[in-house]
Design a protein around this ligand. Sequence first.
Ligand SMILES: CC(C)(COP(=O)(O)OP(=O)(O)OC[C@H]1O[C@@H](n2cnc3c(N)ncnc32)[C@H](O)[C@@H]1OP(=O)(O)O)[C@@H](O)C(=O)NCCC(=O)NCCS
Length: 267
Amino acid sequence: MRFFGSADQQAMGQRGANLFALVQDDPRFAWYGRNVTLVDFSLSELDTFESLVRLQGATAGYRVRRELEHQFRAALETRGLRSDVFGFSVSADDTSVEKARRVLRDFRLPDDLDVSFLAPDSADGDVEAFAEIALMADVLPPPDTVLRGQARRGVALVARERGSGRPVGCAASFANFHPDSIMADTCFWGMLATHPDRRGEKIALVLGAKAMIAMHEKTGIGKFSTGIRDDNIPSERLCEKLGVVRSDYLIIIGMDPDAFRDARITK
Ligand SMILES: CC(C)(COP(=O)(O)OP(=O)(O)OC[C@H]1O[C@@H](n2cnc3c(N)ncnc32)[C@H](O)[C@@H]1OP(=O)(O)O)[C@@H](O)C(=O)NCCC(=O)NCCS
């Protein structure tokens, strides 16, 4: 398995993959390659959450009500952990795929781009191209086996300039929740990144729409979720166009200051 990112991000990814091998049958946990996370983080789960942090270096807990942010973060800090937060954006209803189809009717990628869907037999260069453009935008990609759709059902696509082969955009969607999870009708979607030279050309919107449709066709899942910082307006606006909207919930991150020294897990 090949991991990407900083030394601490890679170590977290490796520990997360090993941990997931042990807990994959437990619906409390989710995984799409970055780390094993807690699906329904409540204050009564603080010990479990801390174990996930200590074992992996960092984790995330979903479905924390917005008004409880300070209470959760203070509790983590009391335990000697660093904390961070994302908004939890989720498909408000079943119309995301319909919206994605409409986007593909209305817009197309610029003519100079070629798109590849990553597969088990894709060239390593395709996987590296995905990782390169994601990391350029500070978005942490999952390991190669997830990107290729082997370790998780999913889709990952990368757009490259014809001729030079320069990667300029990526998007992905992965099944991350257990079938008995309260989030079983939803999957992860996102990892949107566009090269700074090529922003504003609808590259992320079209790739994001393609990822949604391909994921729906592959798995039947029609609801999508992603983490967006409240100040990331471009991402929030884009996700809204595909029906993935800010919810009443947050994703709370916990990091062990000794094992995970980067400021953030991902953008
Ligand atoms: C977010 C990001 C992927 C958008 O890429 P892009 O290819 O430039 O976006 P698109 O051209 O497809 O934009 C589609 C829509 O997104 C929204 N959007 C994109 N950039 C925006 C901006 N700077 N301000 C406000 N809205 C913006 C708009 O609604 C836009 O539609 P419009 O052009 O009709 O207004 C890009 O800014 C990026 O790589 N950011 C850094 C990485 C990141 O934050 N990823 C998301 C992590 S949650």
